[in-house]
Ligand binder design. Structure first.
Ligand code: PLP
Length: 391
């Protein structure tokens, strides 16, 4: 009997080791892992470059307090600044901490401007920003908030619809006390639903007009997952605050909130902190992940190989039009939407030694490592095809 609480409905499978896109289970089987810790292991399992980086740092110093200068963190922040919209970074340990920090930055910004009443955050109903108390009420989903009252105040919700207008009545939802709009650029848990570039631009426009902040949650879709470093890049929209996590650590827990100079001015000493956030071990791994993702041609290859993957998946869709409703996503954040519940489909993939994971709206989420090889994609395609045939 497990002594772990039953807050997860765990699949009956455990692993003894991993290598790249594959996991070796204790049941003796070798699985194609297209979950990768839910978009976390951006460079696959047991990546030699990351192993080297973590070992090297482990032999020097693991952890020191943020009361001291941490050169590895200085370096990682500077690299993020050089390559993105961000001027400043605060490191955390997880996605939910990163979104919480984003909310704190937004509120503190208006406080520092003498407008403490501007503190409400407008979010998409049933989005996902993590599991801490504020983050669940930011998402506003009944499933996540039920039993965890009292309700945390300060969050308002808009709908995100598939058809136009995508954000009905958004203007009327922005009040004098609204501080920011916070959305996932691509809703991951919500079923791999992208906010179209035009809509992102529209959100930016409204934020400018109303003089409020735009927070884009890139915890799942960021760090190369979409084919660009950030999923919002191709829209040319410039956010004010961006929480990141998952992919930046390549499997090591790292979160961060990125921000512009304008809003960072509010984060004076004492306003936020974390014991573990940004420690030397985490920062060394983060730097090693970026070494690879910033390598010339790396993201171009994510785009190229994902295009191939989408093509193949769309061929399967047209062969099984009663089973697959839509192939969607961006880069290697892929959703296969079925007409009915996806549980059996995912189980059958697993029976055929391929691991995927669910998302809302009957979506099978497919998340290969960003350095996935073409033959591994082909193997995945073969297994998906076989399962479609069986169903
Ligand atoms: C996973 C996720 C989070 C929460 O990250 P944790 O590390 O689980 O706390 C927040 N936002 C988005 C968009 C996510 O996908």
């Amino acid at each position: 009997m497990s002594a772990l609480a039953k807050n997860y409905n765990r699949r009956k499978i455990a692993f003894k080791k991993g290598k790249g896109s594959f996991l070796y289970a204790t049941n003796g089987k070798k699985y194609l892992d297209f979950v990768q810790g839910i978009a976390v292991n951006s460079l696959g399992h047991a990546n030699p470059y990351l192993i080297k980086a973590i070992n090297k740092q482990a032999n020097k110093v693991w952890h020191v307090s943020n009361a001291f200068i941490i050169p590895e963190g200085e370096k990682l922040a500077k690299r993020i600044k050089q390559k993105t919209f961000a001027d400043y970074v605060i490191f955390q340990n997880s996605g939910t901490e990163a979104t919480e920090a984003a909310i704190k930055v937004a509120r503190r910004y208006f406080y520092s401007k003498g407008k403490p009443y501007k503190n409400r955050i407008l979010c998409i109903k049933n989005s996902f920003h993590g599991r801490t108390i504020a983050a669940i009420f930011a998402s506003g989903s009944k499933k996540m908030t039920e039993g965890f009252g009292p309700k945390v105040p300060g969050f308002d919700h808009i709908e995100f619809r598939k058809f136009k207008p995508r954000f009905p009545n958004i203007r009327s939802k922005i009040k004098k006390n609204t501080a920011a709009i916070m959305v996932e650029t691509i809703m991951g848990e919500g079923g791999i639903k992208s906010i179209p570039d035009k809509c992102l631009k529209y959100l930016r426009k409204i934020c400018n007009e109303k003089k409020i902040l735009l927070i884009l949650d890139e915890v799942q879709c960021g760090i190369g997952r979409s084919g660009d470093f950030f999923a919002f890049e191709k829209s040319k929209v410039k956010p004010d605050i961006v929480p990141i996590a998952k992919g930046i650590g390549g499997g090591f827990p790292i979160g961060a909130v990125l921000m512009t100079k304008k809003v960072s001015s509010a984060m004076v000493p004492g306003t936020h902190g974390s014991t573990f956030g940004g420690n030397p071990l985490a920062m060394s791994v983060g730097n090693a992940v970026l070494d690879k993702i910033f390598e010339k041609g790396f993201l171009k290859n994510v785009k190229k190989i994902s295009k191939y993957f989408y093509n193949e998946l769309n061929k399967i869709k047209s062969d099984y039009p009663k089973l697959i409703k839509e192939v969607r996503g961006s880069g290697l954040l892929i959703g296969l939407q079925l007409f009915k519940d996806q549980k059996l489909f995912i189980q059958k993939l697993e029976d055929n030694k391929m691991l995927t994971i669910r998302a809302a709206e009957n979506v099978v989420r497919i998340l290969p490592p960003l350095n996935v090889k073409k033959y591994e994609i082909n193997l995945g395609i073969k297994i998906i095809r076989k399962v479609c045939k069986e169903l």
